[in-house]
Design a protein around this ligand. Structure first.
Ligand code: SF4
Length: 407
């Protein structure tokens, strides 16, 4: 299994279905883990200067990556910003930097550890920065699900496709079973490739099936909107119910088996919010991320990965009005970067990604100052066997044609 440093093991403990925030609650996972050592007080007026000084002292030995959903105070110190896949590739392209400080969430740091060289150490400033979507697919649950598919007599027809937003253990499962990782940009290419491994997806008699992990919405939007399958071709596998809550016939007739997972941020944008934006903002264009629910994506004017949302807005004429359905930190920065456009957040009832927001300036300063003192804290290390199989699934993704940026 994948591990982080300084985490005691807890054999036999059932995985938590949802992320629990808080301190000292679940020491066998990254959930709610307290950082060792003294964190600077958030009220310390010298934090910005301390971060600058620590980065200057480390020079080219440190490379700070900032995901698009990070706070402004963290992005300020990022050497590069981007989506998780771009950031992992950036880290791999900086072999001269022994320390990679990943300002993002746990699965992203794992991917960076898999893709970087042996001598590079990947640091997550707060180990509690997990991802609730990734946590919705535990490896024990997915192994059990595969057994259920075998019992239904379909496992040999199934190719797993795993979204980048998953643990290294799930990516390794995908590699072991001949599947591929995908991003929100290339999910359609990945799904088509997966069907092609079993004779193609054309026609009602097609034999192949895809097990899509862990985001049911991205899987459904891809299968139905992009590949032209019907909603009834898709079934949802609920890991908390025996057999996934599906009958043998349902599994046998399905073309796409969607894992019952979702993003706690994007899954909350609603059809009512799209209607309210259209009613309240003259000429508005609604643009959303494909992790949003199917009816929301259907009602939007445009859908795309974080990078595509940024590029679309950057290319729009002055005066364009947008209602944007993605993480709030990014939407706020888009509004500040493109003041000649009218950019609104799509849904008033959605807030920041709480786990992304775990990385703040005190944690960043603590990580950097620890490195200056010769201490590597919060290193993310993936088990070598898990890394090998996850790397095979990631390499398969890299071999797919087209774009690979995500999130
Ligand atoms: S925005 Fe959603 S998918 Fe991204 S880290 Fe937060 S919970 Fe996970």
């Amino acid at each position: 299994m994948s591990t982080t440093a300084q985490r005691p093991s807890s054999p036999g403990r059932a995985p938590l279905p949802l992320l629990v925030l808080g301190r000292g609650r679940e020491l066998a996972t990254e959930r709610g883990v307290e950082c060792p050592g003294e964190l600077p007080a958030p009220s310390d007026p010298g934090l910005v200067e301390r971060a600058r000084a620590a980065k200057a002292a480390l020079g080219n030995d440190v490379f700070v990556l900032g995901h698009h959903y990070q706070r402004d105070e963290v992005i300020e110190f990022a050497d590069v910003t981007g989506d998780s896949f771009k950031l992992a590739k950036e880290a791999a392209g900086r072999p001269e930097a022994p320390y990679i400080v990943f300002c993002g969430v746990h699965f992203m740091a794992e991917s960076a550890d898999i893709l970087t060289a042996e001598h590079q150490q990947v640091i997550l400033p707060d180990l509690a920065a997990g991802c609730s979507m990734a946590d919705m697919a535990a490896i024990s649950q997915v192994d059990d699900a595969w057994d259920d598919l075998a019992d239904a007599g379909v496992a040999e027809d199934v190719v797993p496709v795993t979204y980048m937003n998953s643990s290294a253990a799930i990516k390794a499962f995908t590699g072991r079973h001949g599947g591929t990782v995908c991003t929100s940009s290339n999910a359609v290419t990945a799904m088509r490739w997966a069907f092609d491994q079993r004779g193609g997806f054309e026609g009602p008699g097609g034999r192949g099936k895809v097990l899509f992990l862990p985001d049911q919405h991205l899987g459904r939007n891809t299968a139905v909107r992009e590949l032209g399958l019907s909603l009834t071709d898709c079934v949802v596998f609920d890991p908390h119910k025996p057999g996934g809550g599906l009958t043998r016939t349902q599994v046998q007739q399905a073309r796409v088996i969607l894992w019952r997972g979702h993003c706690s941020v994007h899954g909350r944008f609603s059809l009512d919010a799209v209607r309210a934006a259209r009613a309240g903002i003259p000429g508005v264009r609604v643009i959303v991320h494909p992790e949003c629910q199917y009816d929301v994506v259907e009602a939007a004017d445009a859908v795309g990965s974080t990078e595509k949302i940024i590029q679309t807005i950057a290319a729009a004429p002055d005066g364009t009005a947008w209602a944007v359905g993605t993480e709030l930190n990014l939407v706020r920065r888009l509004a500040a970067t493109f003041p000649r456009q009218r950019i609104a957040f799509l849904e008033k009832n959605v807030c920041y990604c709480s786990t992304m927001n775990r990385i703040d300036l005190p944690h960043l300063v603590w990580s950097l100052e620890s490195l200056v003192q010769g201490r590597v804290v919060n290193q993310i290390r993936v088990d070598p066997d898990v890394a090998r199989w996850a790397g095979i699934a990631l390499d398969q993704m890299l071999a797919l044609p087209g774009e690979t940026s995500k999130d």
